[in-house]
Ligand binder design. Structure first.
Ligand SMILES: Nc1ncnc2c1ncn2[C@@H]1O[C@H](COP(=O)(O)OP(=O)(O)OP(=O)(O)O)[C@@H](O)[C@H]1O
Length: 311
């Protein structure tokens, strides 16, 4: 099977480029056909993958080498095509890979090439596909702010996301949104909303602790406005995925699973899809079960989760 490496030279402050000698050495040693493509800017990886898969009806293996944004683009370019997609998580936050055990296996080309293909779900969001998470409100502002922090010297890894939380803390919080589910419409002012396939966002915040990439369900969380003091008290629990228990029974929290949902905003709002920022007034979210094939490296597997009662 032909193997392609989509390498984002900007991801993780250039970490993806450090992979190249190992990839080239190991692929040549194994005498496997391969090609490396260095992306040139936003959307370029997706365009490349779209053209590549259109020209190759035979099965291809494509590795996204970068952060969740590079994986997001690779999937959107390859959707519906005969491909298996792997990931070398060398971005800044690397939230998608946190859903798996033995994360270090993802950095071993040997483990990757001996990996197992597994069907996983995707969230279709008004025509785009989201593999990990949709964020609106505070989390989304954090993603947008973190993109600025990532460019500063000495800011490495998830630090960009923590600095973003700090710099947004004194800004006005809360978005007025309506959501439609099973024919019913509800409106509120929300600190943040997450719609999850995977569990983590913002470089290790476990916002959706029970979300599984293969259960065919989207985990939806709506958190209403809370005071800044309360926000600070809840933040550690939100990071650890313990806020559902901490906020259980409170009117500010709504957490449920569903397979589709619509969101409506009066004015255009930012939305983060796998850490990539878009704008919307009306979003249709639909969970698509087993919509793509992921290569899980040998020695790693999806983390088990014990889903508790919904709020
Ligand atoms: N050559 C390039 N120069 C600048 N940006 C690029 C280039 N190639 C791709 N990009 C864009 O870089 C953005 C960020 O990529 P990615 O998410 O992979 O890395 P990251 O932000 O470091 O990691 P994470 O999302 O896990 O925090 C994406 O929007 C992608 O389209």
């Amino acid at each position: 099977m032909d193997t392609y490496f989509i390498v984002n030279p900007a991801a993780g402050r250039g970490k993806a480029l450090e992979l190249l000698p190992e990839i080239e050495g190991e692929m040549q040693r194994r005498r496997l056909p391969y090609e490396i493509y260095l992306t040139k800017g936003r959307g370029d990886g997706e365009d490349f993958v779209r053209k590549l898969t259109a020209a190759h009806p035979e099965r291809l293996r494509i590795f996204a080498c970068g952060g969740d944004g590079t994986l997001h683009e690779t999937i959107n370019g390859a959707i519906g095509k005969n491909v298996e997609i792997g990931l070398f998580p060398v971005g800044t936050g690397n939230d998608f890979v946190r859903n798996f055990t033995e994360k270090e296996k993802f950095l071993s080309l040997g483990a990757q090439l001996e990996g197992t293909a597994k069907k996983l779900d995707l969230l279709r969001v008004s025509g785009r596909y989201c593999v990990n998470m949709v964020n609106i409100g505070f989390d989304c502002e954090v993603v947008a702010k973190a993109a600025q922090w990532k460019k500063r010297p000495l800011v490495h890894g998830p630090m960009a996301y923590f600095l973003a939380v700090g710099s947004l803390f004194f800004r006005p919080m809360g978005k007025t949104l309506a959501f439609r589910r099973e024919g019913e419409e509800k409106q509120g002012k929300y600190l943040l909303c997450t719609f999850a396939n995977g569990s983590f966002c913002g470089g290790a915040f476990c916002s959706s602790p029970y979300a599984r990439l293969d259960d065919g369900k989207m985990d939806a969380a709506f958190i209403g406005k809370v005071s800044r003091g309360e926000f600070l008290r809840l933040l550690p629990a939100y990071r650890k995925g313990a806020y559902l228990e901490k906020m259980a029974g409170r009117k500010e929290l709504e957490y449920f699973t569903c397979d589709q949902l619509e969101l409506l905003a009066k004015r255009p709002q930012k939305v983060s899809l796998d850490g990539e920022i878009y704008h919307f007034r009306h979003l249709r979210l639909k969970m698509e079960k087993e919509a793509w094939t992921f290569l899980v490296p040998a020695g790693s597997q999806l983390m088990e989760k014990d889903r508790k009662e919904e709020t």
